[in-house]
Design a protein around this ligand. Sequence first.
Ligand code: T5A
Length: 210
Amino acid sequence: MKGRFIVLEGGEGAGKSSNLDALQRLLEGRGLAVLRTREPGGTPLGEAVRGLLLDPSFAGMEAKAELLLMFAARAQHVAQVIRPALEAGVWVISDRFTSSSYAYQGGGRGLPWEAIAWLERFVQDELRPDLTLLLDTPVEVGLARMRSRGEPEDRIEREGRPFFERVRAAFLAQAEAAPARFAVIDASLPLDEVQAAMQRALQPLLTELA
Ligand code: T5A
């Protein structure tokens, strides 16, 4: 049986990193082989591209260049890591995927959705996540959490609040358009409640295994 492809999405500081361990433990506890990966990144080439994308010294990066770099990293990630793992029956958990391109480059930067949809088909063919867990918080909550970590901001984190409001709206619009493939989780709740909601959202996929 093929593996399943699960993506964790959300705005800055929504808590993806904080919840990935719990998600991995939950799946491994069911006896599943799990591969954890991230975007942009996930391969040596993708991680090098991530460095370019997040480097604050490229402050003037064109939105179209940003979009194409995201998909360049994704093309390598899909071919080298995600597809082979799924074919081998491994469950893949990715910290971000193409929904982030629609949210950040589409919603945030205002690039046309048709261009992103074309790149999605070109790079992924029929590959789409089985389930996207969208960790949703009010923008001010996410930004306050992000800043409380005290780490230097990367190029994208330096954007202003209106940008992140557009990103949030674009994530929610995707979830509304495809409710069977998205679960929107209130990530402003305490971590144990967020993780319980993630577990409930995964139940239909886990039930298929029984
Ligand atoms: N990008 C990516 C695009 O523009 N287009 C694309 O196509 C793709 C794939 C990647 C950047 O690239 C952009 C989006 C991003 O800007 P990233 O590292 O994946 O960067 O994304 P970030 O959102 O920057 O990830 P972070 O690690 O900063 O945030 P997380 O993982 O969402 O948040 P986390 O878990 O580190 O939590 C932040 C803080 O909040 C606390 C944590 O302890 C931590 O201190 N916290 C909570 N506190 C209380 N209650 C909770 N429920 C909490 N959850 C977390």
